[in-house]
Design a protein around this ligand. Sequence first.
Ligand SMILES: Cc1cc2nc3c(=O)[nH]c(=O)nc-3n(C[C@H](O)[C@H](O)[C@H](O)COP(=O)(O)OP(=O)(O)OC[C@H]3O[C@@H](n4cnc5c(N)ncnc54)[C@H](O)[C@@H]3O)c2cc1C
Length: 391
Amino acid sequence: MYLRLTDEQKMVQETIRKFVKEELIPLENEVLKNEREGKPGISNEKLKELRLKAKEFGFWGINTPEEYGGADLGQMMMALVLMEISKTFVPFSFGGSADNILYYGNDYQKEKYLIPTINGDKKSCFAMTEPDAGSDTRNIKMTAVKDGSEWILNGEKTFITGGNEADFVMVIAITDRELHKKTGRDGVTCFIVDRDMGWKSEYIDTMGEWGPAGLVFDNVRVPEENILGEINGGYKLGLEWIGFARWVVGARAVGMAERLLQMAIDYSKERKTFGKPIADNQAIQWPIADSAVEIEAARWLVLNAAFTLDQGEDNRHLASMAKLYGANMGNRVVDRVLQIHGGMGYTRELPIERWYREARLWRIYDGTDEIQRMIISRNLLKGNVKIGQYV
Ligand SMILES: Cc1cc2nc3c(=O)[nH]c(=O)nc-3n(C[C@H](O)[C@H](O)[C@H](O)COP(=O)(O)OP(=O)(O)OC[C@H]3O[C@@H](n4cnc5c(N)ncnc54)[C@H](O)[C@@H]3O)c2cc1C
């Protein structure tokens, strides 16, 4: 075992660091201003321009297979990249990628949905959650009923990220009621549904700077060639989509917390009270120390989750750990850093309060804290995973 990055990994990390410092961080004030005026942080044109610039650096399709024009750098590199770009709140993501489950599409679906998504010509979203089925995904009600060569979809989805902007949704609906009732998992299917097939979306306002959508399907007709993966096999796809999103939350939290901790260190050395820098007080030193320790712990959980996936092994247990610990670490660090900044931390002059609101979501979506604990403890209690198995 060698606990250091390879030269290639270091080079990627350095290049992204430079990109973030030179291209993204200078946009932060503009992003705050735009968001406070109710506009998107950066325009679509600016996002496209930044993505093209990143492409010149070689960052396009970080995780996308080479046959689709991607760099296919693997999950470990993805984790390192995410940790770097999360050091800013500028809403940027690299171009050239698509949802992991879209690769299960047949040739027609790859041509019509996967490739345009990779190229940035189409936007997707994934919809599992319903008003009565969040943590308890078995309780979904949306139905798909076969009619000739089409399926008719009825029901509602809620809290769908990207649902306001998406050109198509990958949506989970019950296709075999009996099987679903019996197993809770099987009997549901994933459909790719274009917006112009008739579903409607409505913006949901949140405490963050962006909102998901509620989706309504009222007799939406979907051709059978739009079934993604196996019929009645939609739950597995759902788990795979969510599984990837989980350790990614941990990576984001590490990036944010590193930047915030540096802000706290800098501020505590500058800010004087009672004739000396606040950094001279143990009450300020301890949260700095605790944050540094927790960031390292989260980093290794995330890297292990990514590494395990790169080995082709099941990383679900580690992904839950990385999400649970990373999300909570991020929330603790942002709170401590806000406290160290005193009144300034609470103002909108600094971005800390923005991060404070954003980080709160991490403990909720892609499986709440409680659901991660349920998964981790269940794996251990049933003996599916042994303590210390992943070294
Ligand atoms: C901004 C945002 C974006 C989202 N994006 C998407 C998306 O793109 N696609 C998608 O499908 N979904 C998405 N979601 C949905 C998200 O995954 C759910 O909100 C989440 O899984 C929790 O479900 P719920 O809100 O229904 O809470 P509930 O399931 O009603 O839970 C309420 C509370 O009870 C706790 N709880 C529930 N069951 C148990 C239990 N057995 N033991 C202990 N505690 C329990 C929960 O942890 C939580 O604290 C998003 C949500 C948000 C807020």
